[in-house]
Design a protein around this ligand. Sequence first.
Ligand SMILES: Nc1ncnc2c1ncn2[C@@H]1O[C@H](COP(=O)(O)OP(=O)(O)OP(=O)(O)O)[C@@H](O)[C@H]1O
Length: 238
Amino acid sequence: MAILRTEKLDKWFGGLHVTDEVDFTVETGEVHCLIGPNGAGKSTFFKLVLGEHAPSGGAILYDGENITRAKPFERIRRGISVKFQVPGIFQALKVRQNLQIALQHHLQGATLNEEIDRLLEFLKLKDAQDQLAGSLSHGQKQWLEIGMAIALKPKLLLLDEPTAGMTPDETFATGEMVQALNAQGVSVLAVEHDMAFVRQIAQKVTVLHFGKVFAQGTIDEIVADERVAAIYLGEVHA
Ligand SMILES: Nc1ncnc2c1ncn2[C@@H]1O[C@H](COP(=O)(O)OP(=O)(O)OP(=O)(O)O)[C@@H](O)[C@H]1O
């Protein structure tokens, strides 16, 4: 059963065909990475899944239901959550308060505090819980972002370049977090450039190029594919 499926998903910006009849599936329980050269249409595809852009054609199915016309908040309510590159955390509040805000919609009292503690541990932010979020390191801010996204207990977590700007150690720790979430049953779709990270987390990799699915497979199949290497070198054109 697919948690996410797109059928001939299409998006034009004026005369630019940015998403070109994309048939794409994330199986339930899978970690799937989306890669491709700059301008391939990865962010646009994400925004279509989130409902931030209306498609020009095609359909989006989530957990068996057609969500093509659903509003972004309806998609979030159904279990899609996202961590963007741009920080969405409250910089002037403490780390603990940030998580409280994300959790207090559905939890209260002792249960709320227990869940904050559990998340702080998971995110490696326990020692930083009373620091202002704005004073965290870049990597810690990204983890807090992930915490805000998973506070909603998503079934499908979308990650937009989660390791951008991180040190190799932070990147590896982030990979461990993604693996742990996946072991708890969360399906993941990540846009990512760091191939070591992709290797660490992805069960499946899709390469987008000029808005089309160019290749798909395991990380080993993708890195061995000479056609994929050629597009990164700019040798394959639309
Ligand atoms: N709102 C928009 N209006 C017009 N053109 C857009 C818009 N958003 C993106 N584009 C264009 O669509 C194409 C794909 O952009 P997109 O950001 O989806 O690619 P990407 O694969 O995420 O790239 P990168 O890896 O650089 O982030 C680019 O040519 C971009 O200029």
